[in-house]
Design a protein around this ligand. Structure first.
Ligand code: F6R
Length: 616
């Protein structure tokens, strides 16, 4: 959570930092602030979005300077208001900081600093940290870099910070533990960029360094960057990586919202996910992460999947896939619960961590725990070089491209694609699936992108349905088997972007409680494809209908039975049951999107949420 973007070089820092913050707003948008240095420090900050910050910076004087950094906040300590916005300044006014993360022992440090005469304006842990650095600098009579290092050795928690010292205005110090920092390197070290991910500087340089945990960097104009270990001060040789991301990928490309663009990108995203990995006509699946660890997978006692939110829903689909195809027992855990319940793990367990951002704090903590207990950790991440990807023993990227809309869409379907490939590969190696079935599944998976493309063409029909239900206060989503997780995901998509209360249930669970809610004002979205438990789902639909509930059913093309009972139907192309989640989820994404737009909600940046949840 929280985004940081900074610049030091020869250009005007203001437009670079502002544009950078806009690209990082997916990480939080409770407040925004910026520091610029041009002969003196100027700081502007405000509650609200980056656009609100731009609006208060009408006076051009404050926009000058070729060094600066900014912050977009997702509030943790202290309500979102002007005072709690970053940057924060030390008591002397000399040091300025921006911070992404949480300093857990800030209260004890704050009390100690108060005893020494420090005063605090805000309720934030960050203001405590900048004053701790100041106190260390004074008592040790040292330079900023050393003071940052000593101070960070005293804090517990997570941080990505950038610190500036008025007395040394040609330098920015950055440091990382738990929250990400990417540093863009300009030609001949004439300029440097600092950010929570590489998107703010993609048009300026393709050379980037991703700091590792407990590393700090001293960045000076026209000097080689210096990276040190925070613990023991040892020098690290910077590993410069070439960025593959391009500008087009992080812009809206003519769509009204990133979410809509990302829904429509799914055919290409899934093709990118299986490109070079699925060679259907030859019956080949290549996944180096699995292939290099085949023995571990085939001898595994069980697979434990850890994830949060939408990624957890993809994990639930994977449970069906791995158990059905490869006959490996699977448990799916909320990472936030798993990490705290002393789980029983052995070396014969495989823990799969699923995460779009690769930065989710609970998922990261869960895999660290799993590694400590000897399990083999496999990461399924989208963001290349992210913390979870780096922490995993092996893994597969989803290659969905940047997902900027806060609500996950293409991340979900590409995660399911990777997990399908893994399950099929293992089924083939273990001999748990006949060769003919295996080949058929490969052919079918290859066709999914074109089936999604055809499904996206019925967007107008879905928009019409959205109009009917946009004023609902509650909705239910039902599905069975492979589509039970899709029901959960459909409900999550609706509630997070339209603020309508929605619940997902396995259809057969209705009669154990939720059916009491059904009346003529309750829309029920039912996934009733002609596979698996179709007849049973039809009975569930009848039960709802006889209690006057409104039925919106996702059915297979050509369905006649459900069509007769449902108020609205949305048809999906025929496919194998195991791959239906890749199709049934699409109309539910579109429905949520249209309902949210019609309710005037901020679709890409829903209230209280952030894309990358780097705090517990
Ligand atoms: C919902 C959504 C969240 C994320 C969750 C995990 O649309 O986006 O529920 O799925 O915060 O995030 P990642 O996948 O980045 O670990």
């Amino acid at each position: 959570m929280c985004g940081i973007a900074g610049y030091i070089g020869y250009r005007d820092a203001y437009p670079i930092v502002i544009k950078g913050l806009q690209r990082l707003e997916y990480r939080g948008y409770d407040s925004a602030g910026i520091l610029l240095f041009d002969k003196d420090v100027s700081i502007s900050k405000t509650k609200g979005k980056v656009s609100d910050l731009e609006a208060i910076m009408i006076n051009g004087i404050f926009k000058k300077g070729s060094i600066g950094f900014g912050h977009t906040r997702w509030a943790t300590h202290g309500v979102p208001n002007n005072v709690n916005s970053h940057p924060h300044v030390s008591n002397s006014g000399e040091l300025v900081i921006i911070h992404n993360g949480i300093i857990e022992n800030y209260d004890a440090i704050k009390k100690e600093l108060i005893k020494r005469g420090y005063t605090f304006q805000s309720d934030t842990d960050t203001e405590v940290l900048v004053n701790l650095i100041e106190e260390v600098k004074k008592t040790h009579d040292c330079k900023l870099g050393k003071a940052v290092q000593i101070a960070l050795n005293q804090v517990i928690g997570a941080y990505a910070i950038a610190v500036f010292d008025k007395a040394k205005p040609d330098e920015i110090i950055v440091a990382k533990l738990g929250s990400p920092i990417a540093i863009g390197i300009g030609k001949e070290n004439k300029e440097f960029f600092v950010a929570s991910d590489a998107s703010p500087f993609i048009e300026y340089t393709k050379d980037a360094i991703y700091l590792e945990d407990e590393e700090m960097a001293i960045i000076r104009k026209n000097k080689e960057i210096k990276i040190r270990k925070i613990k023991d001060d040892s020098l690290i040789t910077p590993q410069v990586q070439e960025l593959k991301m391009n500008l087009e990928q992080i812009e809206k490309g003519g769509y009204d919202h990133f979410m809509l663009k990302e829904i429509h990108e799914q055919p290409n995203a899934i093709t990118d996910t299986y490109r070079g990995r699925l060679i259907a006509d030859q019956g080949i699946i290549r996944l180096s992460g699995v292939d290099n660890n085949l023995e571990k997978f085939t001898n595994a006692n069980r697979i434990i999947i850890v994830a949060c939110g939408t990624s957890w829903h993809a994990g639930l689909v994977a449970e069906y896939l791995f158990e059905d195809f490869a006959r490996i027992p699977v448990e799916v855990e909320y990472a936030s619960e798993f990490r705290y319940r002393n789980p029983i793990l052995t070396e014969k367990d495989i823990v799969i961590a699923i995460s779009q951002s690769g930065e989710t704090a609970d998922t990261l903590a869960a895999i660290k725990l799993a590694k400590e207990k000897g399990a083999f950790v496999y990461g399924v991440c989208n963001v290349v070089g992210s913390s979870i990807a780096r922490e995993s023993d092996a893994g597969s990227y989803t290659h969905a491209g940047p997902e900027i809309g806060v609500a996950s869409t293409k991340a979900f379907t590409t995660q399911i694609t990777v997990l399908s490939l893994m399950a099929l590969r293992l089924a083939n190696v273990k001999g748990t699936m006949s060769s003919s079935k295996y080949h058929m599944y490969l052919q079918e998976l290859e066709l999914i992108p074109q089936k999604i493309a055809s499904l996206l063409k019925i967007d107008d029909h879905i928009k019409e349905i959205a109009k009917t239900y946009l004023l609902s206060n509650n909705c239910l989503y039902l599905g069975r088997g492979f589509n039970f997780p899709v029901a959960l995901e459909g409900a999550l998509k609706l509630k997070e972007i339209s603020y309508i209360h929605a619940e997902g249930y396995p259809a057969a669970e209705m009669k154990h409680g939720p059916i009491a809610l059904i009346d003529d004002r309750m829309p029920v979205f039912v996934i009733a494809i002609n596979k698996g438990h179709y007849e049973k789902v039809v009975s569930n639909i009848q039960e709802i209908k006889s209690r006057k509930g409104k039925i919106i059913a996702v059915v297979t093309e050509g369905d006649t039975q459900v069509k007769e009972i449902a108020d609205h139907v949305i048809e999906i192309p025929e496919t194998e049951e195991a791959f239906t989640p890749l199709l049934t989820t699409i109309p539910l994404q579109l429905l949520s999107y249209h309902i949210a737009v019609m309710r005037n909600c901020n679709v890409d940046q829903p209230r209280n949420l952030a894309k990358s949840v780097t705090v517990e």
